[in-house]
Structures are given as structure tokens and as C-alpha cells.
Design a binder for this molecule. Structure first.
Ligand code: SF4
Length: 357
């Protein structure tokens, strides 16, 4: 609800809107009609929704709002990556990043302001969790970027922005419901990926939603993972790997393991050997991410030769391994660099010198 007591339309799944309609004595199918006007025809003026009675239009006017998070900044990288800053009220902001490639345009969404998982290499993790976003604020990021991009289209969605999506399950899975609903934004469920740091008990929810699963693995063993990802103390690798295996069996899909390569910490050939052993029974793709620097992280980006050596080892073992192309580094939009705008947050990075500004 907003300050005027109105319900945010973009937070409502079709089911929830149906309940709202029936709760106020209206027919269930009115919810589908509304979804079509808003998501298919892009219309938010009740007056123009001609198949709704005058009485219902008046009622909805007083009941529902279409507020979207305001886009307060947009930066475009030399490689085409776009970083958006959204004002979500009470002096809080979140970022979303649009990453273009030859055949797709992937939108990386935020699910929380700050994050409680405290991964040591992540800039967002330096901010404690301030607030979990609503489904409407998540869908709102998508709608604002969609408008900005028109006539080009967003093809894929990843929950890899600020926050741990499985720490905000209700809002994230409601947003996914709206994204994939035929009467909603009608995005194929396999075009949506939820990335988690390893909240094991919530992984079955990803399976149930039909979206794809990515796991921020980032370490070859419990000893290192405990150090750089505190969540591992609660859900160690044995449990995480079992949950991933179960996902692959039930979803009949492979899991993507993200692995940030940190110089002299996770980039050794011995680590590659341990990773190979760890994931050998799980249908997967491994995505290596050379670390993107940010202030006071205490970590460095490994030398290219180390990155290739790590990849070579895993390729030779028969894994599908990619090295993520670093995108948006000059506008501080690369993986692990997102944060709310606050004092001391760099917004630019010189790609040649690495200088932050
Ligand atoms: S990597 Fe993800 S889960 Fe970890 S601190 Fe950053 S935003 Fe949170």
C-alpha cells in the first residue's frame, strides 16, 4: 500500500488481483482484463479500459496505484552496458544493469537495498541490509528499463543485482510470477535466472517457479568459502551441492556455477582441481568471473594467464566453462560492483588504469 492507502498494481500477481477483485464483489475474470490492459496494451488510465464498467473504473481509481520507482540516473558504458539508478523513497536507491550481447539483452535486477550475506568480495555486501524490495519495485525496475530501451527488447532477466534474492522470497517469486504470466509480461520462464549465494532451504522454490538456478560458488572448499562467504558456515558445500543436484534432477536443467577468481585466494590450479571434484556429479556450466576491483575490497584481479589456466584445467576435465566478459566496468556496473549511491561509492572507473572516480 502507498501513503494514500492504495495498493500497488505492479506488486500484484494475477492470483492476488483475482482475490482482490472477488473480495470487493467483482468477477474473477476482471483481473485478467486488467492485466491485459496494463501489461499487454501498456495502459494505466482506467478511463480508457472500455470493457470495465464505469462503476468498477471508479472503484479501481480509488483503490490502485501505478507508481514506479523513479529513474534518477542512467549511465551508458563504452561497451553498451547501461546502469540505472532508481529512487525507491526514504533516501534509498537501487541499481539495475542492462547487459547487451550479440543475441540477447539481459537485465540484471536488484532485490534488496544492501545485503546481509556479507560476501567479502562484493561491494553490495559492504552495506548491511536496509530493506527488501516489494514485487512492484522489482517489476518496476523492469518496466522503466523496458521504456528506456524501446523499441529494443529485454530478452533475459537475472536476479544478480543488489541483494540475495532468496532472502526476499515472497517479493521475488511474485515478481517472477508477473514476468512469466501469459497475461502479464509473458517472458519465458527459462529466460529468468535466480542467483543465490547458497540459501539451501529456499532452492526448491526456484525449481517450483520454473526459473533457472545460478549459484555463486566462488570457492573450492569449505575452508575458503567460510572465509569469503559467511553463509557457508550455515549451509556448507555438502548441503549446497546436494540441493543443486536435486534442482538439476527435478528441473531437468543444469545449474550455472559462478566462480569469482580472486588473486592468490581462489585462482590456483589446485583450486580448479577441487572445483572439478566438487561439481563432478552435477550437470552444470561454470562461469569464471575475474574479480572486478572496488575500494578497500582487499582482493585483486588475477593475471589473465591464471584465468586461462584455470579454465583450461576444467575444460580438459570435460566441463562447459566460460569466462565472463567484463561489461560496464567504466561505469562501475560490473559484477560485484553494484551498491546504493552513498558517499564514497565510485560511479566511474577508468578501464585502462583502473582508477576509480
Ligand atoms: S554477492 Fe550477492 S549475496 Fe553476496 S553480499 Fe553481494 S549481493 Fe549479497
Amino acid at each position: 500500500m502507498d501513503l494514500a492507502g492504495k495498493t500497488h498494481f505492479y506488486s500484484l500477481t494475477l492470483n492476488k488481483l483475482q482475490e482482490l477483485m472477488m473480495g470487493s464483489g467483482k468477477e474473477r475474470f476482471r483481473a485478467q482484463q486488467l492485466f491485459k490492459w496494463v501489461y499487454e496494451k501498456d495502459l494505466t488510465d482506467f478511463e480508457q479500459m472500455t470493457n470495465l464498467s464505469k462503476d468498477l473504473r471508479l472503484q479501481l481509481e480509488g483503490q490502485i496505484s501505478f507508481a514506479l520507482p523513479e529513474m534518477v540516473d542512467r549511465r551508458i558504458s563504452t561497451d553498451g552496458t547501461r546502469k540505472y539508478l532508481f529512487d525507491i523513497g526514504q533516501c534509498q536507491t537501487v541499481e539495475a544493469v542492462l547487459i547487451p550481447s550479440d543475441d540477447r539483452k539481459t537485465l540484471c535486477l536488484s532485490s534488496e537495498v544492501g545485503c546481509n550475506m556479507a560476501c567479502q568480495f562484493c561491494f553490495t555486501g559492504k552495506q548491511k541490509l536496509k530493506r527488501r524490495l516489494t514485487a512492484g519495485e522489482i517489476v518496476g525496475q523492469y518496466l522503466q528499463v523496458k521504456k528506456d530501451l524501446d523499441p529494443e527488447r529485454i530478452t533475459n532477466i537475472v536476479f544478480m543485482g543488489m541483494g540475495e534474492p532468496l532472502d526476499n522470497c515472497e517479493a521475488v517469486f511474485d515478481a517472477i510470477d508477473i514476468f512469466k504470466n501469459d497475461f502479464g509480461l509473458n517472458i519465458g520462464r527459462k529466460k529468468i535466472t535466480v542467483s543465490t549465494s547458497g540459501l539451501v532451504p529456499q532452492i526448491p522454490l526456484v525449481t517450483a517457479s520454473g526459473s533457472r538456478l545460478a549459484v555463486s560458488l566462488n570457492a573450492p572448499n569449505d575452508e575458503i568459502r567460510n572465509r569469503i562467504m559467511p553463509i557457508n558456515k550455515k549451509y556448507p558445500l555438502k548441503d549446497l551441492m546436494a540441493a543443486c543436484k536435486e534442482y538439476t534432477e527435478k528441473a531437468k536443467d543444469r545449474v550455472t556455477f559462478e566462480y569469482v577468481l580472486l588473486k592468490d585466494c581462489t585462482d590456483d590450479i589446485e583450486h580448479a582441481k577441487q572445483v572439478a571434484k566438487l561439481v563432478r556429479d552435477i550437470p552444470c556450466k561454470i562461469n569464471l568471473i575475474p574479480f572486478n576491483e572496488h575500494p578497500d575490497s582487499g582482493f585483486e584481479r588475477p593475471h589473465k594467464s591464471k584465468v586461462f589456466q584455470f579454465q583450461r584445467y576444467l575444460l580438459d576435465k570435460g566441463f562447459h566453462v566460460t569466462i565472463r566478459k567484463t561489461m560496464g566496468r567504466d561505469i562501475f556496473a560490473a559484477c560485484g560492483q553494484l551498491t546504493s549511491l552513498y558517499k564514497g561509492h565510485p560511479q566511474k572507473q577508468d578501464v585502462l588504469t583502473g582508477t576509480l572516480g
